[in-house]
Design a protein around this ligand. Structure first.
Ligand code: PMP
Length: 370
């Protein structure tokens, strides 16, 4: 009855809907496994090559140029691979862009946005220009005004926990101040004018590769404007100058990014990824909306195409549905512990067949309830 796909090993059938770390393309797993034993026929593992060798330099160079190509970045934008997860960017951004006596504008659209606000407050003044916190972050607040003398405007393009995503980013363009975006959970999943952003950051572990590295895109013109002394490892300018090799970088994580970026490029880049993602997400939301048993939890116009959140009208049925999903090898569908219900993540590497399998089970479960 259900479509099944093989993931990683022939012995186990898994549909991986994890929110992150999450599914990567099968060929990335295979290539990365080979490189653990013998990297590019060198007889060395990727784990034992020096980060200052030509071998690794070519990994970084190709990864940087693929990000530039996939995002169609202009020459004023630099691409960095940095440690520390997106949470480090929550404070590295204000450290580099915000003076103590200045103000920064933040949108408060979810748990991660709120964490970014908390960290920025350690470095200067924060204006929360809009918030849906009081309503459980179930929609995106679109009416706001920004003081153009603010150091920058910070947004979270996709709210991983609540399942909302800004669909029209032009709302934030041309505001007369630098635009900073946390794109951790939707980077490279849809076409955007990435040059409109002065700083983009994303933990790699959803759409780009393995945990342990961030991709950071910076328009150089917004740097060098703060008065304070920035610790060496926190100053973006030092990383730009050193080409992401200021100290020992997360070599393997960057390599997995390279493999994932190559895969994305080979599959037609961001335009093709968006088409594949739309097909997956349309099937899932159509199923949720068609079956009275299920209900989406956020405003329809703000629904995320990466993290689909829903509940069952009768919560007592939820554990039965989860059990059935587990039997069928579906993992990662439980909602975040703060929200409950279900969250199904549909990152770039998730095959359409996995969504067909899940919606097949939803239909089957609904029929069984009569
Ligand atoms: N921002 C967003 C939108 C996220 O989804 C996450 C993690 N899920 C983070 C930031 C934090 O990322 P990390 O765990 O890499 O610090």
């Amino acid at each position: 009855m259900h479509y099944m796909i093989m993931n990683k090993t022939a012995e186990k059938i898994v549909h991986n809907f994890n929110a992150g770390p999450s599914i990567l393309p099968q060929e990335v797993f295979e290539e990365a496994s080979r490189a653990l034993l013998d990297f590019n026929g060198t007889g060395l593992s990727i784990l034992e090559i020096g980060h200052r060798t030509k071998l690794f330099q070519s990994v970084v160079d190709e990864a940087v140029s693929l990000v530039k190509e996939l995002m169609q970045l202009d020459d004023s934008h630099e691409v960095l691979f940095l440690h520390g997860g997106a949470s480090t960017q929550f404070f590295q951004v204000p450290m580099n862009l915000l003076n103590e006596d200045a103000r920064a504008a933040y949108t408060d659209t979810g748990v991660w946005a709120a964490k970014a606000i908390k960290e920025a407050k350690l470095y200067g003044n924060v204006d929360v220009v809009c918030s849906s916190r009081e309503d459980g972050y179930t929609y995106l607040p679109k009416s706001f005004s920004v003081d153009t003398s603010s150091a920058y405007l910070h947004i979270t393009t996709n709210n991983t926990i609540y399942g909302t995503q800004w669909q029209d980013l032009s709302l934030f363009y041309d505001k007369g101040l630098p635009l900073v975006a946390d794109m951790s959970s939707d980077i490279l999943s849809r076409q955007l004018d990435f040059n409109r952003f002065d700083l983009i950051y994303a933990g790699a572990q959803k759409n780009i590769g393995a945990a342990g590295v961030n991709v950071v895109v910076i328009n150089k013109s917004c740097l060098g404007k703060v008065k304070k002394t920035i610790p060496t490892m926190m100053d973006y300018r030092n990383h730009i100058e050193a080409g992401s090799l200021l100290n020992t970088p997360p070599v393997f994580a960057i390599y997995v990014c390279l493999l994932t970026l190559r895969w994305l490029q080979k599959k037609g880049g961001v335009i093709a990824a968006e088409k594949r993602n739309d097909k997956k997400v349309d099937l899932l939301y159509d199923t949720i909306d068609r079956l009275p048993l299920f209900r989406g939890t956020v405003a329809k116009e703000d629904r995320s195409k990466m993290n689909v959140c829903f509940v069952m009208e009768d919560p007592s049925l939820e554990s039965g549905f989860v059990g059935l999903c587990e039997e069928e090898g579906m993992i990662g569908i439980k909602g975040h512990r703060t929200v409950g219900g279900f969250r199904v993540s549909l990152y770039n590497a998730l095959p359409y067949e996995s969504v067909v399998a899940l919606t097949g089970l939803m239909n089957y479960f609904a029929q069984k309830q009569g």
